[in-house]
Design a protein around this ligand. Structure first.
Ligand code: AMP
Length: 273
């Protein structure tokens, strides 16, 4: 496995690849959720390139850019075990200069939910991904459904900018007690970890209501709110795949999305119905 630091090294490596190239963009602090993306890519492509880059432009002022977990040695081991061919671990000044273009996420998809609380976040995501897609030129790129809004925005960007890349969604990986794996779970103490289980439980409650044919969004949201008490809820949304709120569940075209504060840590989770 190669560890690449510069754009030039990635281009040279890419030139040696024949067949399909899978790309998995990450911010590192890899866990079993990331590993699922890596394994999907390795099994579906001739070569897999992973990026590990804590992208400064997708953090807002005052967010956790500086204290975001960084575990490069453990990450390299996980990539190696998963059969990755190359890791791109650039410094920020390899990717960004003083004067920068910005790719704007479509506001119809990016101004709600995560984008309402984190304005500009998805512009940073689209900008860095456009750079990485241009450097790596992947056949397939892998994204977790855990970041549902990000996945929908990236699918839209690739389509509307005619980027010849296939976006592959990967299901959410959870711990045995239901908690969606996230690098930010490392911020939680034991008590907060127990409280964080309320997120997946509230989604499970929604799932059970839907199975019982209770499809009214308000009713489902009320039941979820009760499950989440006393945590501070940023949003509970029931939306279609263009992220428009819907009054009633449409099977196959609905995502239930939540963002909740556990202590000072903001966690997201979702359910694709
Ligand atoms: P991040 O390092 O948080 O930027 O995540 C990199 C990729 O891993 C994104 O596509 C995430 O959606 C995906 N990911 C993160 N956590 C999970 C999880 N628990 N299950 C599946 N995919 C995940």
């Amino acid at each position: 496995m190669q560890i690449l630091k510069t754009v030039q090294e990635v281009r040279q490596f890419r030139a040696t690849c024949s067949g399909n190239v899978g790309f998995v963009p990450t911010m590192g602090a890899l866990h079993a959720g990331h590993a699922q993306l890596l394994k999907s890519s390795v099994s579906q492509n001739d070569h897999t390139i992973v990026s590990i880059f804590v992208n400064p432009t997708q953090f807002l002022a005052g967010e956790d850019l500086d204290r975001y977990p960084r575990t490069p040695e453990a990450d390299i081991k996980i990539c190696e075990l998963c059969g990755v061919d190359a890791i791109f671990m650039p410094d920020a000044n390899e990717i960004y200069s003083q004067i920068e273009p910005k790719i704007l996420a479509p506001k119809e998809l990016s101004s709600t939910l995560e984008g309402a609380t984190r304005p500009g976040h998805f512009d940073g995501v689209c900008t860095v991904l456009t750079k990485f897609f241009n450097i790596i030129n992947p056949t397939n790129a892998y994204f977790g459904k855990k970041d549902a809004q990000q996945l929908l925005i990236v699918q839209h960007m690739v389509k509307s900018l005619f980027m010849p890349i296939n976006i592959v969604p990967v299901d959410i990986v959870r711990s045995s007690d239901g908690l969606a794996l996230s690098s930010r779970n490392s911020y939680l103490n034991d008590d907060e970890l127990a409280q964080a289980l309320k997120l997946s439980r509230s989604l499970m409650k929604a799932s059970n209501l839907i199975k019982a044919n209770k499809l009214n969004s308000l009713e489902i949201k009320d039941a979820m709110s009760s499950c989440l008490e006393p945590l501070k809820v940023d949003y509970i949304a029931i939306a279609d795949k263009s992220l428009k709120p819907i009054d009633s569940i449409e099977l196959g075209n609905t995502i239930i999305l939540i963002a909740v504060y556990v202590g000072n840590t903001r966690l997201i989770d979702n359910l694709w119905v």
